[in-house]
Design a protein around this ligand. Structure first.
Ligand code: ATP
Length: 199
């Protein structure tokens, strides 16, 4: 799977419809401070389902919509699409090319699409689950995250490695299974009490 293209319109500083093509190998994006480099990774995070506006460096959801400049008035919608080459079948969907789109209107209404068909944000999570680039994956490491990782305590650092290695989901499932076992044990004790009362 490869991210081939990003198309953005109305997202943060992208007032014009902007297309960024990613070729195979390393792509470096360079530009002066404040020119919008990090807005590109914010856009990728957002389409993949990021719900926490702080992780998008915004105070509230609406702040990701182009807010106007001296030359242009504000827009009422932000839209970003990511185009993936899925010829290796990494994404569990029968398409060689997968387009994932997210749109947010100033009214607060939000829409997601997979290959132009309307879907829930949950469907986007599921599409990318276990591929390593989901919204909670470590495929996007921001400037603040680097500082956070380098200055973290050993236990926190371990959690990062576990997340990257894909262990977190098993720990979550183990926790759920243990809770179920505990509640089943309580039910068994209750059943034994009732049986004793009947005897
Ligand atoms: P640096 O090199 O300093 O990290 P950068 O190139 O990564 O900078 P970004 O942080 O991506 O830059 O972009 C910041 C720019 O995006 C600022 O000029 C800011 O005004 C603009 N911006 C952010 N949100 C919006 C918005 N909703 N509408 C218009 N412009 C926005």
């Amino acid at each position: 799977m490869q991210l081939k293209r990003l198309e953005a319109y109305g997202f943060k500083s992208f007032a014009e419809k902007t297309e960024i093509v990613f070729h195979r190998g390393i792509t470096a994006i360079v530009g002066p401070n404040g020119s919008g480099k990090s807005n590109i990774t914010d856009a990728i995070r957002w389409v993949l389902g990021e719900q926490n506006t702080r992780n998008l460096r915004a105070a509230k959801a609406e702040d990701i919509i182009f807010s106007g400049s001296s030359a242009r008035k504000a827009l009422n919608v932000a839209e970003v699409s990511l185009v993936f080459d899925n010829s290796d079948g990494t994404l569990p969907i029968a398409y060689q090319e997968v387009v994932v789109t997210r749109r947010l209107f100033r009214s607060g209404e939000s829409e997601s699409y997979i290959n132009h068909a309307r879907c829930r944000i949950k469907d986007v999570y599921q599409l990318f689950a276990d591929t390593g680039i989901g919204h909670e994956g470590m495929s996007i490491i921001g400037q603040n995250s680097m500082d956070h990782i380098l200055n973290s305590r050993p236990e926190e650092r371990r959690a990062f490695f576990e997340e990257t290695a894909g262990i977190t989901k098993y720990k979550t499932r183990k926790g759920e299974a243990l809770r179920k076992m505990e509640s089943t044990e309580k039910n068994l004790v209750r059943v034994q009490d009732i049986m004793q009362e009947i005897d």
